[in-house]
Design a protein. Structure first.
Length: 140
């Protein structure tokens, strides 16, 4: 029963990984479409920065989807997703402790929004690392 549950969790998990990158992808897509700003601290994203972000997030989405059936990608995708989610979450933790400008679509990103990001992104990052370290998820 447990092996069957773990086996059925694999496609769901890697589909969820793909979905987890879409808000970040959409943020840069919308920002490019509207010509609005995206600022993190002193970094004001240029058009090229956002275009490169789209390439990175698109790659993460595609690799996550491929990991549903390509076993050899799973460890890399789970580790990468885990570490990157923890990095994004850590940025928001740092922002909560040391406020700095964070602007999306020309509007200030609230401290509450950063807290929600921390509460969602960090646990998901740890889940990704947990999955990466579970050999049964790499063999399914």
């Amino acid at each position: 029963m447990r092996a069957r549950l773990e086996y059925s969790f694999v496609p769901f998990f890697f589909g969820l990984c793909a979905c987890s990158w879409m808000p970040h992808w959409a943020c840069h897509y919308y920002r490019l479409e509207t010509g609005t700003s995206f600022v993190v601290g002193s970094w004001n994203f240029s058009v090229l920065d956002s275009a490169l972000s789209l390439v990175v997030y698109s790659t993460l989405v595609v690799l996550s989807l491929m990991s549903i059936s390509v076993v050899t990608l799973r460890l890399t995708v789970a580790l990468t997703s885990g570490f990157l989610h923890l990095l994004i979450g850590s940025l928001h933790v740092f922002r909560l402790q040391n406020p700095f400008p964070f602007e999306v679509f020309g509007s200030a990103w609230s401290q509450g929004a950063s807290m929600r990001e921390v509460l969602i992104v960090i646990p998901f990052g740890f889940l990704c690392l947990f999955v990466a370290l579970r050999p049964c998820f790499r063999k399914s």
